[in-house]
Design a protein around this ligand. Sequence first.
Ligand code: SF4
Length: 392
Amino acid sequence: MSVFSHSRIETYETCPKKYEFCYVIKAPRGPDGIEAFMGSRVHDALEWLYGEVKMCRLPDEEDVAERFRSAWDAEWKDDVRIVRVGRSAEDYLAVGEKAVRAYYRRYHPFDQATTVGLELRVRLALDDDHEIAGFVDRLDKVADGVWEIHDYKTSASLPTQAEADASRQLALYELAIRQMYPEVREVSLVWHYVVHDCEVRSSRTPQQLADLRAQVLEGVEHIEAQRSFPTKTSSLCDWCEYRPICPAWRHLFETEALPEDARAGEPGVVLVDEYLRVSDEMAALKTRQDELKEVIASRATADGVDRLFGTDGSIKIFRYVSAGLPDPKDPARAELESELRAMGLWDRFTQLSTFSLSRALSDGLLDAADVERLEPFITRCEGVKLYPRRSR
Ligand code: SF4
């Protein structure tokens, strides 16, 4: 039985290499970022609050704020990473405490529902071989058969309603809850964006849940079939716990650890510096070439000639008018295609997109059976591309 979680699937979607580090190789994780640390402390405080309420005790706002601060101090480690420039641990401590206090004031006296579970472990069998597991922050019963799945978020961004309606995590938990508690009739999905003092709600139809289940099963089977896990760099790399060992960043960490003079002579640094210099020179040459092209065309027009001669050669000036047609995103494209079909010209002017097909093959987007049928036509060759980028 393969056990997946929402965060495991999300990690793969964010970056296959991170997935490999975390779930395949199980490489040691680097220290947490402060955002994750703050999120855990907010979860701790709210879990404690509802645990007390469940025991018929009602802590006051100061108790909850104190619980948050003391958990912060107890769990704090000096290697917690602060990525955002100009921010300090105290800033995040203040944001977290403010969020906890705002939450307290919004829901006090916490009698909106009966809490069924806190940090409740849920499991959803997708089929005989695959399972989704996760933890529900809080499961509430509002009335007989009417339940709510609550999730605390400490992210700085707030989702739109459309994003909440398409969100996967709580919908998966709903499937699990319905499997575990057949008496449940209605389920609301509730996110608490505590930093924004904001509640976001959504619900799913039976058809949406069935579709989600099928998509997730397909997704986990796809992940299981992978044998290579490429890096997928993005702004999220700044928060990735595996950055020092990631092939996309390891050289940076290794060279930053060198003394400045040794760094300048490190073979990789020397090669990159030269490549960037050559790229700049080529870009400048290309700009000059484009300028000359304009001037030469004007000169030839002014002189009434279509060829200009230099000492070592000549340039022919060829003027043309190209016909533009709607691209695939243009609504007129469908009309053009149907017109071509009606004219009997479709086969003559449309071709197989080998680029799209080879991309689909490379990205593993085709079924294994389809790949096998195409195998006799596929030639594989290795190549290298370089994507130079200047440091900011
Ligand atoms: S640092 Fe970026 S590319 Fe590397 S594993 Fe992490 S998310 Fe992926």
